[in-house]
Design a protein around this ligand. Structure first.
Ligand code: ADP
Length: 362
């Protein structure tokens, strides 16, 4: 395999007619990393991936692969390979010819390309099925053929567009582990588009969260989960509750806001300079139910819904002018002192579990 390449986007935009799908995004994916582009449908993930691959022209900005501007290069000359959601396998060709296809396009002679394809099928543990056609394989096997076909060009970066979305939930988790193993063993740069938070958390070294054509945050999964940069990231990851209010006090490293209901909340961090309002985030899994007379940092609300998720129990709480506040309790904590819809519950969290959020500049 050739060396992994760093991928850099500098103020890259994509405009389709009157729609700006991607707004001047800048991003660096270091060589050999597993990067997930994560966000809701329509946020510009696939457009970004297709621009990196060269399947889509860029309207403005530069894309660099291994420090070389590739804006005008066709896909086959970029050193990238793309794996599509549908796998796009040829139904009438056996696995060897499917995998060897791009070598055929490059004019590699039959014997050599079939030998290389067979080697790639071995790497993917597909050798026993070499003379089958795609329809004679399971979904997971088809996915491995698609991977083999992308990897045979020895790319410096592999681009994957929702590669697991066609698989059932069990297979999805199994193939996810295989993808990670493959990326680690090849040391190749992977950029993987997904709308699944769980998938991105499980796979990525670098998660890039997109919203409405902009990057909200690009960071390690840990940082995205523990320190969401914006209200969008906090809500999208489901790791934090977001409380919005008017700033009433601004100390050195602490901001206090007042919500519509009059209740005040403090959080770590400074609000944006000149701002009158701020959003704070409170960890869903660190807030807990406390005894009424126990001192603490929170509010009293009414349980609106209880969902038993197995290892955790999710409570939706309304109160103090906050419509929907989620807390996740371990099953042991919940069942030691169960509550039900309609119960009034005092909540508490540690000061460090509430942080001030920022905003994406537009
Ligand atoms: P995602 O992959 O995050 O679901 P896309 O990159 O596919 O989002 O799309 C981003 C935006 O660009 C959407 O508003 C979509 O409708 C628009 N878009 C994508 N492809 C085209 C196209 N070929 N022509 C016009 N608009 C497009």
């Amino acid at each position: 395999m050739s060396k992994a390449a760093e991928i850099e986007l500098a103020a890259v935009s994509k405009v389709y007619g009157t729609t700006t799908a991607v707004h001047a995004i800048s991003l660096k994916v270091p060589a050999g990393r597993y990067c997930c582009l994560l966000g809701p449908s329509g946020c510009g993930k696939s457009t970004t991936l297709r621009m990196i691959a060269g399947h889509e022209d860029i309207t403005d900005g530069d894309i660099m692969l291994a420090n070389k501007v590739v804006n005008g290069l066709p896909p086959a000359r970029r050193g990238t390979a793309m794996m599509f959601q549908s796998y796009a396998l040829f139904p009438h060709l056996d696995l060897v010819d499917n995998v060897a296809f791009s070598l055929k396009m490059q004019g590699v002679d039959k014997e050599k390309r079939r030998a290389e394809a067979t080697e790639m099928l071995e790497l993917m543990q597909l050798e026993p099925y070499a003379d089958r056609r795609p329809a004679q394989l399971s979904g997971g096997q088809q996915q491995r053929v698609a991977l083999a076909r992308a990897l045979i060009t020895k790319p410096q970066a592999l681009l994957l567009d929702e590669p697991l979305s066609a698989l059932d939930p069990f297979l999805k988790i199994k193939m996810r582990a295989e993808l990670k193993k493959l990326q680690t063993s090849l040391g190749m740069t992977f950029v993987h588009v997904t709308h699944s938070q769980e998938e991105a958390m499980a796979l990525a070294d670098l998660i890039v969260i997109m919203n409405d054509g902009r990057i909200e945050q690009a960071a390690s999964p840990r940082d995205i989960f523990q320190k969401p940069a914006t209200p969008f990231v906090a809500r999208f990851m489901g790791s934090h509750n977001v409380i919005s209010g008017r700033i009433v006090e601004q100390a050195d490293k602490q901001t206090t806001i007042e919500v519509a209901g009059g209740h005040r909340f403090s959080a770590l961090g400074a609000a944006e300079v000149g701002a009158e309002t701020a959003d704070i985030a409170v960890r869903t899994d660190h807030a807990r139910l406390k005894d009424a007379d126990e001192p603490g940092f929170g509010f009293t609300g009414v349980v609106a819904n209880v969902e038993d998720l197995g290892a955790t129990v999710k409570l939706s709480i309304t109160g103090a002018g906050i419509e929907d506040f989620t807390i996740l309790l371990s099953d042991a904590d919940y069942f030691a002192k169960p509550v039900k819809s309609g119960d009034a519950v005092p909540l508490s969290w540690a000061p460090a579990d509430a942080i001030v959020l920022g905003h994406v500049k537009s």
